[in-house]
Unconditional design. Structure first.
Length: 171
């Protein structure tokens, strides 16, 4: 009886392993990762809203494996209120982002993350998300994950002068 149970367990594990290997191979066939530099400027004070009532908070340029202009539309109010900690403050966001080449939408997606502002100065933001819309040229990126990150430099007149340069990564 013990031999039969051990044999059944061994077969089950082998089939599970084959499935895991096939899944890893499928991910490898999805194509290369894309890495871009983003330079962004705060535009939330302009109070521009999209059709979904989201506020345009950041605009910028993206360069590298993709080139164009980028926009981040934030859900209002934020999904989770910010919180203070001993050395500063954390703000959370949920956003719809878009990458444009002139009048052509290349990619769009959803992301969520945080910006951490220490009491002493500039902040740092990062978020994770997914590509939800693509042009025909970039259809292979549909469903891919993204990571976005960079500093938030205060400038002379915060928040109007918030800016930074960071990374946008599709994997």
């Amino acid at each position: 009886m013990k031999t039969k149970a051990l044999w059944t367990f061994t077969l089950t594990m082998c089939f599970a392993l084959v499935g895991a290997i096939a899944s890893a191979d499928e991910d490898a066939d999805r194509g290369p990762i894309l890495v871009c530099e983003i330079a962004y400027q705060f535009v939330g004070h302009q109070e521009r809203l999209d059709d979904g009532g989201r506020l345009l908070v950041w605009e910028g340029n993206i360069a590298g494996d993709l080139n164009g202009q980028m926009r981040w539309w934030f859900r209002q109010p934020t999904p989770v209120s910010g919180s203070a900690y001993a050395g500063g403050r954390v703000n959370f966001y949920a956003a719809h982002w878009e990458i444009w080449d002139g009048d052509d939408l290349l990619l769009a997606g959803e992301s969520a993350g945080k910006t951490v502002f220490p009491v002493t100065g500039d902040g740092m933001w990062d978020g994770h998300g997914v590509v939800t819309e693509t042009s025909e040229e970039f259809s292979s990126l549909s469903g891919r994950k993204i990571y976005e990150t960079g500093p938030v430099v205060l400038g002379q007149n915060p928040p109007v002068s918030f800016s930074g340069a960071g990374m946008f990564h599709i994997y």
